[in-house]
Ligand binder design. Structure first.
Ligand SMILES: Nc1ncnc2c1ncn2[C@@H]1O[C@H](COP(=O)(O)OP(=O)(O)O)[C@@H](O)[C@H]1O
Ligand SMILES: [Mg+2]
Length: 388
């Protein structure tokens, strides 16, 4: 693989110190945008943090959509670091005017749909404000999205309703096209290249290809640079932090990324923790007589509340009869309706509609009602399988 001039910026002051042989000009990255791929453990999150640390040397405004809660330790490190959570989000204007470096804790939202809506609003907020700014006042801003395939999936996703998925995809596609002219640049990081929506990565000028295992993903890699059988094996065996970089000048240096300076909060507990915690503890435990399958339950009223916030407009279509038709069809084929069947429909409903759907389902004998001190809870009749 060739040594590239784009890989090592001529002007030392402009260099981002990412690897011994990869110290590109910060303005190259801002111009081109980045998409990085690699299986779990290939070193993506380290790369995200490393890039953020390096970009922060230039006081660049940033948004870091933090899916796993692993970037919160960056807030103290960033000169203008701010931790944003559900209900406490800065506006696009604030970010660009005050040079904020915002870590958005996506886990603080009560569901993926609300997180997706907040992300969409923030991205649009940036675009709208930058659009109105005098070109002379514009400052670049990077929007980092780790686990991009989760938020911008190639196919429909269970956890995001279609309209929220579509609007988020649109927001990122427009950020990458129109936003780019205003200095707004997405940096995307994800595991499987084959699972992230193509429209999201089409605009990225710099690709970072880390370890990959599956042929479908290696095939996608092969669209960007020549991959013979030996190279495929090499990529399958890449150690953590190793990558091929595809640069706009067509060169593709092989690099080993530096380690991030800030602490990495690993979420995978190590086995020795169990020894330390339990080995010397007294062991007395009695099984409860009637275990409560709490994790299987959802409180429909609560879900209704959540949906009301997500769902801005009333749906006029006869979803309740859709639910019943779906259940009837299932029963006709002698397959009992699944929890997923019901929640798929329930997700689209407002709380008022859920209440009347539940009444219909109770009347049809398809749901059982359980009253307790904590409220009302519903399970599918007969199977005893809970909605959730
Ligand atoms: N360039 C690197 N040099 C040394 N260690 C690294 C490097 N990149 C990642 N690591 C370590 O390897 C582990 C997995 O890296 P991580 O970035 O979390 O991978 P991913 O996000 O792809 O799952 C972490 O413990 C991290 O500290
Ligand atoms: Mg990661």
């Amino acid at each position: 693989m060739t040594k590239s001039s784009m890989a090592m910026a001529e002007d030392h002051a402009q260099r981002l110190l990412l690897a011994p042989n990869f110290q590109p000009d910060i303005d190259l990255l801002i111009r081109e945008g980045i998409a990085a791929f690699g299986v779990k453990g290939s070193g993506k999150s380290n790369l995200v943090a490393l890039l953020i640390e390096q970009l922060a040397r230039f006081f660049l405004p940033m948004v870091i959509f933090d899916t796993e809660g692993e970037d919160t330790s960056l807030v103290d490190f960033l000169p203008h670091g701010v931790l944003a959570t559900a209900g406490h989000m800065p506006s696009g204007r604030d970010i660009l005017e005050h040079g904020l470096q915002v870590v958005v804790d996506l886990k603080s939202f009560d569901c993926e749909d609300s997180a997706a809506i907040a992300m969409t609003n923030l991205v649009w907020g940036l675009i709208h404000f930058a659009e109105k700014q005098d070109p002379a006042d514009r400052i670049p801003c990077i929007v980092h999205l780790d686990e991009a395939a989760f938020w911008l999936p190639q196919r429909a996703a269970e956890y995001l309703c279609k309209s929220n998925r579509d609007t988020l995809l649109d927001a990122f596609a427009i950020l990458a096209s129109r936003g780019r002219k205003y200095g707004l640049v997405p940096f995307l990081y994800t595991q499987q290249i084959s699972q992230v929506h193509k429209s999201a990565i089409r605009q990225s000028g710099i690709l970072i290809l880390m370890r990959q295992m599956f042929d479908t993903d290696l095939k996608r890699y092969a669209e960007y640079f020549p991959l013979d059988a030996d190279r495929k094996e090499q990529i399958r065996a890449f150690p953590v932090g190793k990558a091929v970089i595809i640069l706009p000048d067509g060169t593709c240096p092989l690099v080993q990324f530096n380690e991030r300076a800030t602490v990495h909060t690993s979420h995978t507990p190590k086995a020795m923790r169990a020894v330390a915690r339990f080995a010397s503890a007294d062991f007395t435990y009695t099984l409860p007589s009637e275990p409560e399958p709490a994790s299987n339950m959802i409180f429909l009223a609560k879900q209704g509340e959540k949906l009301e916030r997500v769902q801005q407009e009333q749906l006029t279509s006869s979803l309740i009869s859709d639910v019943l038709t779906c259940i009837e069809k299932r029963c006709a084929k002698n397959e009992p309706p699944t929890v997923r069947d019901l929640t798929r429909f329930l997700k689209k409903l407002t709380s008022g509609q859920i209440k009347s759907a539940v009444t219909d389902l109770l009347n049809a004998g398809l749901l059982d009602e359980h009253k307790s001190a904590h409220g009302v809870r519903y399970t599918l009749a007969e199977q005893g399988e809970a909605l959730g």
